[in-house]
Every structure is written in structure tokens, then in C-alpha cells.
Ligand binder design. Sequence first.
Ligand SMILES: Cc1ncc(Cc2csc(CCOP(=O)(O)OP(=O)(O)O)c2C)c(N)n1
Length: 549
Amino acid sequence: MTLGLSLLRALKSHGAREIFGIPGDFILPLFKQIEESAILPLITLSHEPGLGFAADAAARMHGGIGVVAVTYGAGALNTVNAVASAYAERVPLVVLAGCPGEVEAHSGLLLHHQVRHVDSQWRIFGEITCDRVRLSDPQTAPAELARVLRSCREYSQPVLIEVPRDMTLAPMAEVPVLPESAFSAEAVAECADEWMARIQGAQRPVLVLDVEIRRFGIEARVAELARRLQLPVLTTFMGRGLLTDAGTGEGVQLHGTYLGVAGDAATTALLDESDLPVMLGAILSDNNFGVSAKQLDFRRALIAAHREARVGHHLYPDIPLAALVEALLERAPAVPMRKAHAPAPSPDHPRGLVADDTPLRAGDLSRALNDCIAVHGPINVVSDIGDCLFAALELLPTPLVAPGYYATMGFGVPAGIGAQVATGQRCLILVGDGAFQMTGWELGNCPRLGLDPIVIVLNNQTWEMIRAFQTESRCAALGDWRLADCADALGGRGHRVHTRRQFKSALDAALAERGRFQLIELMVPPGDSTPMLQRFSEGIRALRARAAG
Ligand SMILES: Cc1ncc(Cc2csc(CCOP(=O)(O)OP(=O)(O)O)c2C)c(N)n1
């Protein structure tokens, strides 16, 4: 078997379902094997950042690993921001990057696409991957590949696989799937004993859930633990939508998303007033916890994430999250440990858009979509950064994919393409006009790929998030790009709407038509923003003013 075929078989056996790619001469031999073998479907897009976002969303949606295939230098370095986002947001992503062969790498010539050094690509990716390998020796490559692909799964973060173009056809053995990395069951047991003792002794414990419980496929087991411990449950900003898949959250005291000063007061108090936050899979980021009026003291919390667990100042290294959850379940009482907490308040999900001739406001977006979800049921939502993400936080329970922590623009449209490729289900993409200008043009690939997402562009003609935090900035003004007019040229259908009636009618028409993407351009006045963003920005400004004394 060739190295290329063995690599493709290994990707599939480790959970890859597809490859998003743009070729170049350094990786053309591998593209030939991808296309001829059909081991994994190849989806090409128009710009490498879009490949990364599409593969990221595909991994989040199907629970396997995402794969991008790009050429050396110009191609691979174009994915850096998307790979960094996947690293920060704990997404298992494989970057297959071409690189020079042995002879040309030592030719003494500066190679096209080369940067400072022929190894610059390798060095740059060292900062945004948890492991990497260059397949320059077919004898050692199978074991190295097995190690790197296991790292990708176990750390749920990106890895780099460099494929020298003179190696693709070299004979190479099959790549084994290694057993899970060894860890100390004794350390897990000791940690679980200490956690349970703290939980049983606490007055106001609260369970805080974040993305890693989805990345490691343990939402159902965590829900069981929440039921058995009868703890109130919060999700973080990034963890929005956890435990909302059908039936998972049954009997769980799910109190919504922690948004600090921008959130529901009772929900915020559950964490701010807790004497024991129990944080599973939590990324301690500012977006998740920076909006707290109380300086959260994480030393009084129990925190398990990124294969380690903390109890106060104790750190247990190499503790897989799934193993800790199982150990806690073994120690949790078979019946609920505590009396059921006060019923969860129904978090604020605005509904009941009156379809009249009132001019549209940003706050109408979540209202209209909740009316939709209430009638048609949950739909996969993919959101970009911007006010659209704050609208997404007000939606009724529905699957949501967004870069809530790394917070890069440009994610929405390509990620929505990746989500529909991964699931076969139409998705709803929420994006601002600024972020659409970056990667929205990937929609032009939808007719060729047979995809038909519904894209809602919140067109406030500004970088509103920038203006909300620095109102005097005039650079935030973008002008009106009339994006709906571009939709037809790209093979979709455009709707430019100014009133609630027009929005409702466009949404109904978009839902009714399959087979081509729909682009609904919501025209809202510059300076308008959702109530959630207003609360968030006011809260941040107040906290900064307080910190400045
Ligand atoms: C790749 C990248 N470059 C800049 C920025 C910084 C930023 C965060 S939010 C924002 C404005 C977004 O404008 P848009 O029109 O899309 O949405 P809205 O705010 O609702 O009007 C910027 C420039 C980020 N996060 N990522």
C-alpha cells in the first residue's frame, strides 16, 4: 500500500468523514490518491480559511475529526487563524499540508511558497497544534501517525501531518489504531474521592458545563451525574446548547447559560453565590467568566478540563474527563443526593414577532427564529461572531456551533457549509455584514456541492461590536453592500427585508424552498443592537469602570 492510501485509511479509522481541500503542486500527488481512492469524500472550497472553519464545524457536528488538505506555505499558512480557533475551542482537526521532498528541500534554492526557512511551516504550526509529524520515513511513519492521530482525539485539538511530495507513492504499512493512552486509575479514584467529599460538604454547589463534555461524547453520562447529584446546572457562553439534544437533559436542573452581569440575575447568582462550582470541561476564558461582577475565585472550584483536574491548589495531571465522570458516577448515590433544586426559571427566549410594517430591529432576529423553532422544531444553527451570536444566545434550545471563545470573524458561512456536509441537514447561518464580507462568498460553492443553507445577514452597515465598545470609532462604518443582490449571481436566492412583515415572509419562503441557498438580508439601522449585546457591553463597561476605580 502507498503512504497516501495508508494515510487516508488511517484518517478514516480515526473518525474522519470527509476532507476539505484546496490543492497546490506540493500536495497534488496526495489529491490524486484522495480522488482515485474515494476513501474519503473531497470537498473543495474557495479560500483556505473557509476550509478550516468548514472542517471545524464538521467535526463538531459529527463528533469525528475534521480534515483539511492544503499545499505547502501559501495554502497551509492561510489556514492558521482557523486552526488556531480550533486549538482554542478544543476541536479535533487534522491539517494535511504538502511540503518539499528530500532532494528539493536541500537543493540550495529558495523554494516557491517558502518563508524564512524550509521548515517555517512546521515551526509555525507547532504553536497551534497539540502534535505533528512529517511523513519523511515510511518505516517510522505508521507509528508516528498512530501517535499523532491519537493525540488529536485525546486532546481534541488540531495536529499537523506534513506529506513530502516525493513520499506519497512510497510503500508504507497500515497505520494501527493505538489503545487509549494509559493513565492512573488510582489517581482518578483519589481525585473522585476528594471531589465527592467536597460536593457532599458544600452548601450551594453548582455544576458548570462546557464544550469538552461534547467533544469527548459524554453529555449523557454528565446528565446522569447531574441527576444523581441533583445539582443545578449551568452552561458557559461557549457551552450553550449542551444537554439539549433530545432526551439528554431529562430530569436535569438546567438553569441556562452563565452570562454574568448580562444574564438572568437568578442564573448568575447560582455561580456567583456558589461555595463550590463543579466545572466539567470548562475553558476558563473571559467570554465564559469575564463578565462576572464577583471576582470568581477558581481556587474554591473543582475544575476538570484538558486532561487534568484541580481541587483548590491540588492538581491531578493526566486525568481524562470521561474517566473522572465515570468514577464520580460510581461514587454518586443511586438515588438523588439532594432534594430537587428550585425549578429552573425558564430563561428568556423572546417569541411572538408581530409581522407588521414596523421597521426591523436587531432584537427581532431571535424573536422570529424562536417562533420558527417553536413550530418546526430545532434546527442546526451556525453563528459567526458579532451581534448575531448574541441573538443566538436567546434562541430556544437548538444545536448551536459558534467560535464563542476564540471569537474569530469569518466562521459562520463556511462552518455552515461544513455542518450541512457533515449532517446532510440544512442549517441556519447567522452572520453580520462585516463577517460576511470576509468569507460569505463561499456560498458560491453551494450549487456545485448541492447545499442549501439559510443565511441570515444582520446588516447594520457597521462593525457594531466595535462601535458598541468604542462608540466614537468612525472606522466601524461599512456602508451598505446590498448583499441580497449578490445571492442570485452566486446561485442562491436573495431577500432584502426592512420590516417585520417582510422578514416573516422571507423566512417562510426560504424555509419552503429547497435546493438553493437562501440569503435573507436584515436591514437594521446603524447603531442598533440586540438587548443581549447591549447588556453585555454595558456590563463590560461597568466592570472596567469599577476596575479602574
Ligand atoms: C478575523 C477577525 N477580525 C477582527 C475581529 C474583531 C471584531 C470582533 S466583532 C467585529 C465586528 C463584526 O462586524 P459584523 O458586521 O460582522 O457584526 P456586528 O458586530 O454584529 O455588526 C470585529 C471587527 C475578529 N473578532 N475577528
